[in-house]
Design a protein around this ligand. Structure first.
Ligand code: FAD
Length: 364
């Protein structure tokens, strides 16, 4: 019997396995498809919430703590596995910010390095961009290549003896009275002292006879990968919820859509055109450049964008680490730490904000 069975092999499941393994627990991860997840594999990899000032403080703190862990995590994984997740501190420039005043106050209050920049400064920095407004510059924000991060974690966890089971769908929970003691794999059983649901967009689906699941639903996101001249942009650029992310190779990711289309995991020509137009409106010079790739993933969405990092209200030893919506990459290491603390008996003060039944949020 494992000390803990984790349902879902996306980044949240894998970082939870990493953290619990470091604490000495024997872990099994069960993934219905291939390890890597739906949202995790597809993500752009910005290591900050977009417009962080619009989120509750607890979300910003968790994201900031996750972002701070990435340089060391990325280096550790690269050295142990030979796969470099390419943590890249290229900064984030947010264009056309409507909330100038509250932004400065927010940055002061939260200790975030942020500069409000006039259009002259922006135009000097990025002369090829068509822009006529005010921007916010957060130079400390980094990006990471999530498929590489997942590959490195996969390899690292195998080296450490974590059992990674692919192509097995969890169909139910096994209980001993009021305690979770494992999961059902459609006939086979996988027993564990504890169970963690980290099944992303699927986490809200009923699991056997469980009375309550968190209200999580899928939100599709699409990204295109665009060819670009070498060193075309050196920073991430965000405008009206869409963004450009430079890759070290010189190409650019253009993301992303937010679509409520249920569990429909397919790309569409409309989204491809929308993202392409967005890039060309900012950088007319990119006209004629090839779309190298186009993909999508299902985010674990919720109405308040606050993840569930908690124990089930009625079932002992059944935990959740899910519902990270647009911020699951940046939050993952810190969310895993928080869950480990909750699971292993610490009572972290920040846990209340991520509970199954949460207090009113502190929106800014
Ligand atoms: C286009 C796009 C761009 C994004 N960009 C960013 C970004 O720049 N920065 C950021 O921080 N976040 C970003 N996100 C959000 C982030 O990707 C997600 O919040 C995060 O990846 C969620 O991770 P997860 O492991 O919970 O879900 P997933 O990665 O979806 O993994 C869940 C896994 O659980 C498995 N599963 C489900 N049900 C079962 C079952 N019954 N049995 C076994 N396995 C099961 C699924 O197959 C899946 O592999 C983006 C998301 C998308 C789609």
């Amino acid at each position: 019997m494992a000390d803990c069975v984790i349902v879902g092999g996306g980044l949240v499941g894998l970082t939870t396995a990493y953290t619990l393994n470091q604490r000495g627990l024997d872990i099994t991860v069960i993934e219905q498809r291939r390890l890597g997840g739906s949202a995790s594999w597809a993500a752009g990899g910005i290591l900050s919430p977009m417009y962080p000032w619009r989120y509750p403080d607890e979300v910003v703190q968790l994201a900031s703590s996750g972002a701070h862990q990435y340089p060391a995590l990325s280096a550790e994984l690269a050295s142990a596995t030979g796969v470099d997740p390419e943590w890249f501190p290229c900064g984030l420039l947010t264009l056309d910010i409507p909330e100038n005043k509250s932004l400065v106050a927010w940055a002061d209050r939260t200790g975030t390095a942020l500069e409000v920049c006039p259009k002259e400064w922006v135009n000097k920095q990025i002369p090829s961009m068509s822009f006529d407004g005010t921007a916010a510059w957060m130079k400390q924000v980094a990006t990471i290549r999530t498929p590489r991060l997942i590959k490195a974690l996969h390899s690292y966890l195998r080296q450490r003896g974590v059992a990674l089971v692919e192509s097995h769908k969890v169909t139910g929970l096994i209980r001993d009275g009021n305690r979770a003691v494992g999961v059902d794999l459609g006939g086979n059983k996988c027993l564990g002292e504890r169970v963690v649901i980290a099944s992303g967009a699927w986490s809200g689906l009923p699991l056997a006879d469980l009375p309550e699941m968190p209200p999580i639903y899928p939100v599709r996101g699409q990204i295109i990968h665009l060819d670009a001249p070498e060193d075309f942009i050196s920073t991430m650029i965000l405008k009206e919820n869409k963004y450009l992310i430079p890759r070290k190779s010189g190409s650019i990711l253009v993301g992303s859509t937010t679509e409520n289309v249920g569990f429909e995991e397919r790309t569409t020509p409309e989204a491809r055109n929308e993202l392409h137009d967005f890039a060309l409106n900012l950088f007319p010079e990119l006209a004629g450049r090839r779309v190298i790739n186009h993909w999508c993933g299902l985010r674990p969405g919720s109405d308040d964008s606050i993840p569930y990092i908690c124990v089930h209200p009625h079932v002992e030893n059944l935990y959740f680490n899910t519902g990270h919506f647009r911020n699951g990459i940046v939050m993952a290491p810190a969310a895993a730490e928080l869950l480990a603390k909750i699971m292993l008996g610490d009572k972290p003060a920040q846990a209340a904000a991520f509970g199954f039944h949460r207090p009113e949020t502190n929106r800014n």
